[in-house]
Design a protein around this ligand. Structure first.
Ligand code: MRU
Length: 364
């Protein structure tokens, strides 16, 4: 069994070959497949098809995408070329703001240098720095978030703290520790008795496939539930708190996360259960005020809903009548009023403009 914090990463650079490597998350939990990212097309494929996924990870992948673009462009990698490649990478997925943030940060560092071989070194270095920062952010989120779990544990001695989470905001999504999972791993290390309800997260089952895999690997007691079970569990006092991640949160406190998060927040409010969102500062959008109106929501291929994911598109794996249309909204937005608080690398705050500004005064 692995220990939380043991170096386990979904993306890295192989220093001998100078090739970017990623865990193909589509194959988990049954197979550990490693994929090389050798071209911008492969980077875009990996992000779009969710070989890599989760907001911080796609930010880091986007940053490494600039490195890959420069390596392939060699002497022809002028400003027009690199800006064009960056534009393509940024568009690979629309909701997680980390992607454009990671690309933009790497691009501006690269463009401050004219020598092509230095540009490659800079891109490699900046992408690596972003990855290390996300690891540090996650660790800090864990340290702040665990205090909330400890408070609940004190109120119910001898009984586990039951935490519900949605999708995968773990090591796989965030380089190490995770965001939503970081406080849980920190609690485990402190000897606090925790149990996690894992929403399966239809249609791609990131909860059932990935969060359950990670929690099992680290020895965290957990139970996978259907997406619609959370409300029932909350009514019956079987959930003490909810912690989820986010793909983009506004500085006013609105939270975009995997589809179904909003319904969990509504049920939590109705049952007086704290609903926390764990995020690094790279996931804040400092330009959008109204998340419901203005955060772009990815709409994916309806076949992800129609067929059993990962299985061949055969009639046996078709979940509905052949002629029925399906819609696949990948994210929703939980308004700030339903969010008890943000757990960030700088501390816990209310999901409000005033409190977010207080924690990150340099950003807005
Ligand atoms: O479509 P995905 O799997 O990339 O969606 C991921 C999520 O919704 C996560 O909860 C979110 O990225 C937070 S990860 C720290």
């Amino acid at each position: 069994m692995s220990k939380p914090g043991e170096r386990f990463r979904p993306i890295w650079i192989d220093h001998q070959s100078d090739v970017v490597k990623v865990i193909d998350q589509r194959a988990l939990p049954h197979e550990l497949v490693i994929m090389d990212l050798n071209s911008v097309d492969q980077v875009i494929f990996a992000i779009k098809e969710m070989v890599v996924r989760g907001a911080p990870l796609i930010g880091v992948t986007g940053a490494y995408g600039i490195f890959v673009a420069l390596k392939n462009g060699k002497d022809n990698a002028d400003e027009t070329y690199i800006k064009g490649e960056a534009g393509k990478i940024r568009k690979a997925r629309p909701t997680a703001v980390n992607l454009s943030w990671g690309v933009k940060r790497t691009l501006s560092a690269v463009l401050s240098e004219k020598d092509p071989s230095r540009q490659i070194d800079i891109a490699r270095q900046v992408a690596g720095e972003i990855a290390e920062e996300e690891v540090k952010n996650s660790r800090n989120i864990g340290q702040y978030g665990v205090k909330l779990i400890r408070e609940i544990a004190r109120e119910k001695p001898g009984k586990p703290v039951n935490i519900l989470t949605h999708c995968n905001a773990g090591s796989l999504a965030c380089i190490e520790f995770g965001t939503a999972t970081a406080p849980i791993y920190a609690a485990l290390e402190m000897g606090i008795d925790v149990h996690v309800w894992v929403d399966e997260t239809r249609p791609l089952n990131q909860g059932a496939r990935l969060t359950a895999w990670e929690l099992g690997k680290y020895g965290v007691p957990h139970t996978v539930i259907t997406d619609n079970a959370g409300g029932h569990l909350m009514q019956h006092h079987m959930v003490d708190m909810v912690i989820v991640g986010t793909d983009r949160s506004t500085y006013t406190g609105d939270v975009a996360n995997k589809i179904g998060t909003y319904l969990k927040a509504l049920a939590a409010k109705d049952n007086n259960i704290p609903f926390y969102v764990a995020l690094p500062s790279s996931t804040f959008d400092w330009t959008i005020r109204d998340g419901v109106a203005d955060i772009p929501i990815e709409v994916r291929d309806p076949d992800e809903v129609r067929y059993i994911p990962g299985a061949a598109k055969s009639r046996d794996n078709l979940l509905m009548p052949e002629t029925s249309p399906a819609a696949n909204y990948a994210f929703d937005v939980t308004p700030a009023r339903l969010v008890t608080g943000f757990i960030t690398e700088r501390g816990v705050c209310k999901a409000s403009e005033t409190d977010v500004r207080r924690l990150f005064p340099e950003k807005v």
